[in-house]
Design a protein around this ligand. Structure first.
Ligand SMILES: O=P(O)(O)O[C@H]1[C@H](O)[C@@H](O)[C@H](O)[C@@H](O)[C@@H]1O
Ligand SMILES: [Mg+2]
Ligand SMILES: [Mg+2]
Length: 296
């Protein structure tokens, strides 16, 4: 049978690697070279989006355009949902059409501060189902990939989630997000307190949703949850987790409900037992959906 999306996936891997090189040269320069740092004054200019801590740089915008242009040349009929294009006013609606869902730099705050976890994330959906996901953790130089039904890999090596079923023996990843609304922060802290006091062995966060999900897929942490993320943060990573044997859910009711890429809420875990326990412990508030027209 013809593997219709393999060419698109090969293109995504190449685009992610090229994009990662652009991000990483910027990030490494920030770490090591004061002189070049000053010369790159413009490139370092940090702007803000939905809040004063929701950061964006010219590199985010440049990398997204590089990826979109290269895809358009090869697949002119495909659609896009790109983080920075949506910030610039493009619509954020997932249709049945082949759609590239792009986070040019996942971990922009890390990037700005030279905290060394930054990823390029490219998901590809058809009929609203993710067909492949590519996450390039550029400072670690690790390429995570997954095709629906064909497994998940890191640099070509198969990935498998942890087999730990006891949440008390687990590490859970999460993030604080970019809202500083006191009510939202209280809810995030109350959830965090509940999870920590289960008790779990530890709580971690890499500062990028995509890398947190690759950590679940790699078996380094048992679960990742977050409320407030966007479709571009999780499209690629969600397939990498499920193809590594993990489970994905929303945070509704007792069993979470099926993952909804647009709901801005996710639990990604090694097992249903651990995912459902997290759902029971967290405060399931609902930020405006990604496909809600008036969310900005
Ligand atoms: O904005 P970027 O860096 O693409 O994505 C980050 C989100 O903004 C932040 O809210 C979230 O906590 C983080 O995990 C995510 O990767
Ligand atoms: Mg992101
Ligand atoms: Mg981003």
């Amino acid at each position: 049978m013809v593997d219709v999306w393999q060419t698109a996936m090969d293109h995504a891997v190449g685009a992610a690697r090229r994009a990662g090189q652009v991000c990483c040269s910027g990030a490494l320069i920030r770490c090591v070279d004061q002189v070049v740092r000053e010369a790159l004054q413009d490139d370092r200019k940090v702007m803000t989006k939905s809040s004063s801590v929701d950061l964006v740089t010219q590199t985010d915008q440049k990398v997204e355009q590089l990826i979109i242009q290269s895809v358009k040349e090869k697949f002119p009929t495909h659609r896009f949902i790109g983080e920075e294009s949506v910030a610039a006013g493009e619509s954020c609606v997932l249709t049945d059409a082949p759609t590239w869902i792009i986070d040019p730099i996942d971990g922009t705050t890390n990037f700005v501060h030279a905290f060394p976890f930054v990823a390029v994330s490219i998901g590809f959906s058809v009929n609203k189902q993710v067909e492949f996901g590519v996450v390039f953790s550029c400072l670690e130089d690790k390429m995570f990939t997954a095709r629906r039904g064909k497994g998940a890999f890191c640099d070509g090596e198969p990935l498998q989630v942890s087999d730990q079923e006891d949440i008390k023996q687990s590490i859970i990843a999460t993030e604080f997000g970019s809202s500083r609304d006191p009510e939202a922060v209280d809810r995030i802290f109350s959830s965090l307190r509940n999870v920590l006091c289960i008790p779990v062995h530890g709580v971690r966060g890499a500062g990028t949703a995509a890398i947190n999900m690759c950590l679940v897929a790699s078996g380094c942490v048992e679960a990742y949850y977050e409320i407030g993320i966007h479709v571009w943060d999780i499209a690629a990573g969600s397939l990498i987790v499920s193809e590594a044997g993990g489970v994905l859910m929303d945070v509704d009711g007792k069993d979470g409900g099926p993952l909804d890429l647009m709901s801005r809420r996710i639990v990604a875990a090694n097992s249903r037992t651990i995912a459902e326990r997290i759902v029971r412990e967290i405060d399931a508030f609902g930020p405006p959906r990604d496909d809600e027209p008036l969310r900005r």
